[in-house]
Design a protein around this ligand. Sequence first.
Ligand SMILES: *[C@@H]1O[C@H](CO)[C@@H](O)[C@H](O)[C@H]1NC(C)=O
Ligand SMILES: *[C@@H]1O[C@H](CO)[C@@H](O)[C@H](O)[C@H]1NC(C)=O
Length: 358
Amino acid sequence: MRRGLLIFLVAFLVLVSFLVRSVFTLLSLLIEDASADAIHRAELPSPNSSLIEQRPQIIPKIIHQTYKNESIPEVWKEAQRSCLDLHPDYEYILWTNEKARSFIAKEYPWFLETFDNYKFPIQRADSIRYFVLAHYGGTYIDLDDGCNRRLDPLLSYPAWVRRTVPTGISNDAMGSVPQHPFFLRVIEMLQVYDRSWLLPYITVMYSTGPLFLSVIWKEYMQDKPSESARVRILMPDEYNKYTWSFFTHHVGNSWHGKDARLIFWMGQHWFFLTVLGFLLAGAVGLGLWWAYGRLMMWSMKYRYRYSKIPTLVTPPDIPSTRRTRGVMPTLLRRVSFKEDEEAGHITETSYELFSRRD
Ligand SMILES: *[C@@H]1O[C@H](CO)[C@@H](O)[C@H](O)[C@H]1NC(C)=O
Ligand SMILES: *[C@@H]1O[C@H](CO)[C@@H](O)[C@H](O)[C@H]1NC(C)=O
């Protein structure tokens, strides 16, 4: 029984330290404003500036998008077209389910099992974008994001992602050189984070989605990456406020139901929901801990009484049948209080109690 307690304690401590660590990273994300790595608007040449031609472009001119098959729904065609039209000189790759799977099978066979076993298709759509960026480099753009201007200025950074409000980074548009250390770490960590978190939403967010990416990013930054390993951040101001922002958001008509509104609401409050999820998990853990502790205490007392009484309370003049009948909680408590007294005294006290009760 003591071993059981020890195992429970160790397991619980591991769980708690994991939760504390995760919550710590989440909390530190909350105060992370990414200003140190922000791509400032002063750095970005205006759309037709001659400056664009002068800056070295290191990210390959490839645009990656994902969809389950080649038939892009009508609602996203306009967004897709806007990117294709602006970048006729870029290679365009649409990663369909079939193409994505054979790419993983060929280039990253160690990941295939995880990839196939993801419960939600969105997890495959999330993870494939990290792999193709790590492998080929280029720019990934969600199918519902249109292009507003050419991506060329962003090709000058080794890697960039977009900041989300209120915190963290998003995985809806990202650029990278091939084999960038950040995306290598991201694909490395996918298996570690492949866990189920009870709620599908948290599971997706934290196994492959923006929350996963944000946590890896936050941890990655603690190692103070060198200039070529830095991940630069495109701030909301840079892509929302100005007419020459890079992307425009197209929301599909299929997203107008109640479900979609809930998902959008969750998307906007993902940070709050995730912290809430962790706190709930922590509270459940503490509750279990408390209950288990009570149970152990109770059963230890119980065992203690049963094992001690026959040796301590052995008045030769009490028939064994009476002794067993006398084993009642009130009497036993009395006996255990007296344990450090002389054996004879205990016997006497117990005997008195037994007689009184009988
Ligand atoms: C850049 O050039 C294109 C084509 O010449 C033109 O349509 C567009 O308006 C220009 N953009 C700006 C911001 O001047
Ligand atoms: C793509 O998937 C949709 C919906 O599942 C289906 O209707 C369509 O026929 C598929 N297109 C191709 C080319 O397989």
